[in-house]
Design a protein around this ligand. Structure first.
Ligand SMILES: [Zn+2]
Length: 85
């Protein structure tokens, strides 16, 4: 019969192993360099960082940097279009 200690150790090892696997899957944000947050469904790729750069970024940078940059880019495209038209 297994001792309580070995059962607890097995459960702990498994939990730590899962956690480490999850940490290894995490990628670096191409904008701020922090780890990209892993979604509850296991998605680890975060958000598309374009037009800021061609990499991936965390939710924080997506809402603070990438989305405003896209709006500015869109406004510039529209202004250019107006001048040409
Ligand atoms: Zn970031």
């Amino acid at each position: 019969m297994k001792s309580l200690h070995s059962i607890v150790k097995k459960i702990t090892d498994e939990a730590v192993g899962e956690y480490k696997k999850q940490m290894e899957k995490q990628k670096d944000c191409s904008i701020c360099g922090n780890k990209i947050d892993v979604h509850i469904n296991g998605w680890t790729d975060g958000h598309n960082a374009e037009p800021v750069n061609k990499g991936r970024c965390c939710s924080n940078c997506n809402s603070r940097v990438v989305l405003p940059a896209r709006i500015i880019e869109m406004q510039q495209i529209m202004q250019r279009g107006n001048k040409n038209g």
